[in-house]
Design a protein around this ligand. Structure first.
Ligand SMILES: Nc1nc2c(c(=O)[nH]1)N[C@H]1C(S)=C(S)[C@@H](COP(=O)(O)OP(=O)(O)OC[C@H]3O[C@@H](n4cnc5c(=O)[nH]c(N)nc54)[C@H](O)[C@@H]3O)O[C@H]1N2
Ligand SMILES: Nc1nc2c(c(=O)[nH]1)N[C@H]1C(S)=C(S)[C@@H](COP(=O)(O)OP(=O)(O)OC[C@H]3O[C@@H](n4cnc5c(=O)[nH]c(N)nc54)[C@H](O)[C@@H]3O)O[C@H]1N2
Ligand code: SF4
Ligand SMILES: [Mo]
Length: 766
């Protein structure tokens, strides 16, 4: 398919999604009072609807939106036409926020567990009872074991006010666990240390729209859907950018690639280092940029000098001509070349940081920083602080052995306390006991690999509570469930975008809260009152938002008069002569001394991740375009689009095993853990030494009546976790599966020969 054709099709798909009819919700929900039945049936048609601007939270990209509301009911969501990034567009998920609001399986009132943890048996309780119980247990655990026995796993907009409560209790164990230790921690650290700022976090400062060539290693843009990111990618292609895609699976962008490299999984750093060596040896690097703005070039040159393209071709199972052509193509476009920094990076544990550091190094060698098409500098946007919504600053109590400061992972403190350390402390009391867990915006069972260990740890806790919208896995494992509003029913403060076209906008309720739910601010306030924590003094969230808007010389009213968004001028580029970096020396660090100081490699090395044991294949996963992790699985419209996931299996392997397309199989991992039944997608679009599934499926909560048991959960096949040595993030692509069909175990034939340099996984050695 050519590019224009693709654009047309994407537009047609978007239009189809946008006009999808609004049907009523079905299925018996949990504790659904009769009066709520009517509330759950949305209005149809958006003619004459009231428009309220807000911000999407169906994923973390947070596109500005307009909600259309008729007779108090939300009927449609579109992009905010004034938004410079998405305009009127939202993706399938953004559009389907309507069905999150009216999902019959929302948690509608505070709940107290009456069965065993994980069983999902609850009694309805009042808000006073729920908050009293949480506050009582927080105080009790703190008194008995000290403040650090409290831990908080959080993610996303709903979590911030409650984080203030945990901080004020004096614990060191609060952190956005999924964001750093399960997602973007390794590239965030790699770019921070190389360039002095984080180019890839919640936002990604890479200018694909103006690139002349792009390199995507795994980033499966188009399946990984962030509206403006996809648009910039398409814009770049439309303007003629060349594209190199490295992925063992024929992903959505692989379909658009000039050169597609179906790499052996886990060998990307070998390819990157050979490319870096080639660029240096063939004088393809930007000499001015390196001489004026980079430290450590000679060291780098020396370190990578043995990595040849021939060697990489063998390790990576790629053709020499292809990898040579690819690096020449990228070099030709320099400096307007986009080496995508990646996002989700917690793949193999060992080597994850170095892989992303090697993208940063190649970017620097091409001088592709602060220039159109490269990575760029964020433009700060003025945003104030709502002091009336911040608890007093409590100095974190000293811990004899701190999990944060004395972490075995020297750079984890930058992000918080490593997930693995907290889980280990719950199970072993080492270095101290952790006895209470608060969870907010995290699917604690499916987001953290090795759910078996997590479930064991939860059983050891004195108390676990969550703030949740849905009756999913986190809710069924909690002692108390505090029902949150959805993002469509609350304020969450001011959002700023520091990208190419900076803007400021605000999330505000588009309808009144349904049921007996409360906003995160009101929940935190209720707890603060009971715990004697001062600082949540804003009477209302409007007051809080107005405080935050002061610094930008705005009020909610003035902002709303301007269409809910103010756009500023961006300053993403720099003069290559005078550009300065926020590292200690003001220069790009091609070799990171801070790493060396901690006995870690200052320049990445290739250290192979073990290959599958005989009879097994590697399990990998990724994003489904119309779902966000587990959180959208029960959404009526999105469920209808994709109710279950499939197992991508190489056609030659399938033929050898006698497996046909759409046949149902079960997977068994190297430790004997088995999956739900999953249908097979037989395809030539995946290597023979790997299988793939979309993440988020296979819910274990019976209360999610649509999502329960549909498809297979990747995390339930992850029991071999390798933690990287820099921050201790959890690996997820270090697990291997074989196939069970009709109760027969089928060994996977090895169709890609393994070079001697790559060891095979052996549980006794691991
Ligand atoms: N096996 C496996 N694990 C992974 C990944 C993978 O691909 N496979 N991906 C990793 C990555 S990249 C990431 S970013 C993380 C994502 O990890 P999570 O953020 O944990 O992702 P979700 O599965 O969507 O779970 C979010 C939970 O928060 C709840 N929630 C959503 N919105 C709100 C809200 O407004 N208020 C409240 N109170 N609750 C809310 C949802 O109902 C859901 O239970 O997962 C990581 N872990
Ligand atoms: N629709 C949708 N979009 C999303 C999200 C969502 O939930 N839904 N989540 C967002 C978030 S928080 C994140 S972090 C991003 C994640 O999205 P990405 O950063 O794009 O995720 P990755 O895991 O890096 O990429 C997945 C790809 O890696 C390939 N792969 C597997 N193993 C290897 C390997 O060893 N080498 C190489 N080169 N490729 C390999 C897989 O085949 C797959 O195509 O997506 C974001 N976008
Ligand atoms: S990318 Fe889609 S789901 Fe994510 S914020 Fe934008 S519209 Fe919402
Ligand atoms: Mo992520």
């Amino acid at each position: 398919m050519n590019r224009r054709h693709f654009l047309k099709i994407s537009a047609a798909t978007a239009a189809a999604m946008a006009s999808a009819s609004i049907s009523g919700t079905k299925g018996e929900g949990l504790f659904r009072p009769a009066t709520a039945q009517a509330a759950l049936a949305p209005e149809t048609g958006s003619m004459g609807a009231k428009e309220v601007t807000s911000v999407c939270e169906m994923c973390f990209w947070r596109c500005p939106i307009v909600a259309k509301v008729k007779n108090g009911k939300l009927v449609k969501i579109e992009g905010n036409p004034k938004s410079p990034v998405n305009g009127q567009r939202v993706c399938a998920r953004g559009n389907s926020g309507v069905q999150l609001l009216y999902d019959p399986d929302r948690v509608k009132t505070p709940l107290k567990r009456v069965g065993a943890r994980g069983e999902g048996k609850w009694a309805k309780i009042s808000w006073d009872e729920a908050l009293d119980e949480v506050a009582y247990n927080m105080q009790k655990v703190k008194k008995k074991y000290g403040p650090h026995a409290l831990a908080y796993f959080d993610h996303g907009a709903s979590a911030e006010f409650m984080r203030g409560i945990f901080k004020a209790m004096g614990t060191e164990n609060y952190t956005s666990e999924p964001a750093f230790f399960q997602c973007v921690g390794p590239p965030a650290l790699a770019y921070l240390k190389t360039f002095g700022y984080v180019t890839t976090g919640t936002r990604q400062y890479n200018d694909m729209g103006n690139a002349k060539a792009m390199l995507l290693v795994a980033s499966h843009i188009g399946e990984n859907v962030h509206v403006s990111h996809v648009r910039e990618f398409i814009e770049g292609l439309d303007k003629g950018a060349k594209l190199v895609v490295v992925d063992p699976r024929f992903s959505a962008p692989a379909n658009k690639a000039d050169i597609y490299l179906p790499i052996r999984p886990g060998t990307d750093t070998a390819l990157m280092l050979a490319w870096i060596n080639y660029v240096i040896k063939k004088n393809l690097y930007n000499k001015d940029f390196v001489a004026n703005h980079c430290d450590g070039f000679d060291k780098l040159k020396d370190e990578v000098s043995d990595y040849s393209l021939e060697w990489a071709a063998k390790i990576c199972d790629l053709k020499l001509v292809d990898i040579q052509e690819a690096i020449e193509l990228l070099a030709k476009a320099a400096p307007h070349v986009n080496i995508h920094p990646g996002r989700h990076a917690t793949w193999y544990g060992k080597g994850d940081l170095g892989r992303h550091q090697s993208y940063a190094i190649l970017t620097a060698l091409f001088g592709a920083v602060g220039v159109p098409g490269g990575i760029y500098f964020p433009t700060p946007v003025k945003k104030g602080h709502a002091e009336c919504a911040e608890p007093e600053d409590v100095e974190t109590a000293d811990a004899e052995t701190s999990m944060k400061d004395d972490s075995p992972y020297p750079f984890s403190y930058i992000f918080g306390t490593t997930t693995r350390s907290i889980i280990k402390a719950i199970l072993t009391k080492d270095p101290y006991p952790v006895k209470l867990l608060g969870v907010n915006g995290v699917n604690i069972i499916q987001t953290i690999p090795d759910p078996y260990t997590t479930m064991k740890a939860i059983k050891e806790l004195d108390f676990i509570f969550c703030e949740e919208m849905m009756a999913g896995e986190t809710a069924i494992w909690s002692d108390i469930v505090l029902p949150d509003t959805t993002y469509l029913e609350r304020y969450d403060g001011v959002y700023t975008y520091e990208g190419l076209t900076p803007y400021l906008t605000v999330r505000q309720p588009v309808v009144d809260p349904m049921f007996n739910v409360r906003s995160p601010y009101q929940i935190a306030r209720g707890l603060a009152e009971r715990l004697g924590i001062e600082g949540y003094s804003c009477e209302s969230e409007e007051e809080l938002v107005n405080e935050e808007l002061k610094k930008a010389d705005l009020t909610l009213e003035s902002l709303n008069k301007q269409g809910g968004i103010v756009v500023y001028e961006g300053k993403p580029y720099r003069d290559p002569k005078t550009v300065k970096f926020s590292t200690e020396s003001g220069k790009v660090q091609l070799a990171v001394e801070d790493f060396e100081d901690e006995d870690l490699d200052p320049i990445p090395k290739y250290d192979p991740t073990p290959a599958p044991p005989k009879g097994y294949t590697r399990l990998v996963y990724g994003r489904a375009p119309m779902h966000t992790f587990t959180r959208t699985m029960n959404n009526l419209w999105l469920h209808n689009e994709m109710p279950e996931n499939k197992l991508w299996l190489n056609d030659k392997v399938a033929a050898k095993l006698g497996i046909k397309n759409d046949e149902e199989v079960i997977l068994e991992n190297q430790d004997g853990k088995r999956s739900n039944p999953i249908k097979v997608l037989v395809t030539p679009g995946i290597r023979p030494d790997v299988v793939f599934m979309y993440h988020g499926f296979g819910s274990k909560s019976k209360h999610l009546t649509r999502a329960y048991g549909k498809g297979a959960a990747d995390g339930f096949l992850m029991t071999n976790i390798v933690n990287d040595r820099f921050i201790g993030a959890d690996s997820k692509r270090t697990n291997f599966v074989r196939i069970i069909k009709n109760n027969r175990v089928l060994n996977i034939p090895e169709l890609a020969a393994l070079p001697r340099e790559i060891p095979r996984y052996n549980s006794r050695l691991a």
